[in-house]
Design a protein around this ligand. Sequence first.
Ligand code: AHR
Length: 658
Amino acid sequence: MEKLALRAFLAVAGMAAVSSAAAQSNRLDIDLKNVGAPIQETMYGIFFEDINFAADGGLYAELVKNRSFEFPDDALQGWKAFGKVSVQDDGPFERCPHYVRLSDPGHAHKQTGLDNEGFFGIGVKAGSQYRFSVWARTDSRAVLRVELVNTASMGENHFVAQARVTVASKEWKKYTVVLTPSQILPKGTLRIFLETRGVSVDVEHVSLFPVDTWKGREGGLRKDLAQALADLHPGIFRFPGGCIVEGTDLDTRYNWKNTIGPVENRPLNENRWEYTFPHRFYPDYYQSYGLGFYEFFLLSEDIGAEPLPIVSCGLACQFQNGSPDAHVPVSELQPYIQDALDLIEFANGGVDTEWGRVRAGMGHPEPFNLKYIGIGNEQWDKLYPDHLEPFVKAIRKAHPEIRIVGSSGPDSEGRQFDYLWPEMRRLGADLVDEHFYRPYDWFLSQGARYDNYDRNGPKVFAGEYACHAQGRKWNHFYASLLEAAFMTGLERNADVVHMATYAPLFAHVEGWQWRPDLIWYDNLNSFRTVSWHVQQLYGQYKGRNTLKVQMDGRNVTGADGQNGLFASSVVDGSKIYVKVVNTTDRAQELTLNFTGLKKKQTVSAVTRINLTCTDLYKDNSLDDPCLIVPSEAPFAGQGQSIDTTIDPYCFTVFVLER
Ligand code: AHR
């Protein structure tokens, strides 16, 4: 309530500033006669990569770290063993062979068991349900006591939830029990005691999930984080990255076939973000692949976005591998090409095909209707087109309906970019992925970036971007405002820009390697950054076709003489959305002047949505998740021309009706 009052006050204060400070009027001519290009359904979307503990410890709601005892440096990493505990390696799951044997501690007053520390602790809420499961076997009959504990507690008991599991089979079986904590624990521990004396129990794949996951799926996704994706109204969902696709070496590349089937048998992979930045080193960062390609496709479907998987093109990360020997020679690429073809079959094939059958076996007989595939991530030099070409040929032959996304390398311009774009054209890529993590001045100068792009070549996928201010490489309002300004240029050029995804998407406040990011969280709560709100506004007011907006006959791109204004406009039936970004510290007068109307036709103002903040370096946070959020403000007027104003440092969506 207080926050709403504050926002209302700021809006009024902003309006008062208008009358005194605004001097120069800016006429935006919006052409309603010549409706422009259609906006693709895929225009605004999501880029997912397992960086910053985005998967395990993030979107994937598993609360146990190293649940299969497969961490390679230490099978008990993340665990504390007490009493008589040994690690074995002939378990029931071929690709995750390790398990743990709990045996009698040898004295009536001693204990055998395990503690799991979770990801930066295990976060649980009072009164919520958590499903514990374990694969186990024993020669006789044994009781495991399972607890959620607060080891720092001064209370009589450490535990806030307790339950028992009786293991009574010589064969490996899955046992499940639900725990309901009596108290909230932001950083709890899962504790397992072997309660029965004189027996041994083998335990494997120890898991704890909230019962209340996204869509209620068992072993599913963290609800608040998945909801934050759905609320973006994304049109495209790119996964699984990023550099993670390539691998530090080819052995650690992302191999989608390892990420499907029963979770117990998905082999662990290292996560390159464990060690890429030694100044933020996480020796316990691995990929369990519990969130794998099937789950990615399902999530795409859930949130109404087209899936866009990216596969390895046989090049290990070129930042980390200078030698050509690190990569697969073109002559030996066939298994990689087959992986790409099999992926298309996994997504789209009938249940009578090999990979379609696998998909159906996982619970989705209907195809996922895959339309796009990306080959390689940030690749460069001649190596890339040489590797890409055989993929393009094979995919075109087997699946002419699939659209192929190539790459322009890691740079937003320069030698590699200038080399790769013509190469992508030559190879007939349908879209080209461009990346830009760039500073303020770059974003301020790129409003017209796509105005003169080749209209006949591949389309643009602005696949990774975020404003990284020098010395301020973290989330803050001003960076988000400049992203909004830049995005007017994406929208204006919707005939050539078909997809755009901010990156990276997720970050755990205690586990990040890279920032800024779109959505942050700890173990229990999350918040949406101002950049998220920028993306959300573009997604919500996407429109169906572009409309030309000009100032003095020029596109409104923040160019000289345009008073730091950026603008674009779209139409959706009778609705008109005009997006204007004021990147200056002055309130400005605006005239929205609609051309191409018949004499008696008018346009009516409906509402306006402002995203603004008086402190440029603030953002939302876990403590104050709604500090800076869009707010509706009065917007009145009717006619062929409507006078209005825009606050200093403000992104406004004007909503009108004709
Ligand atoms: O988004 C983080 C990284 O930035 C991606 O993995 C990579 O593609 C880019 O360099």
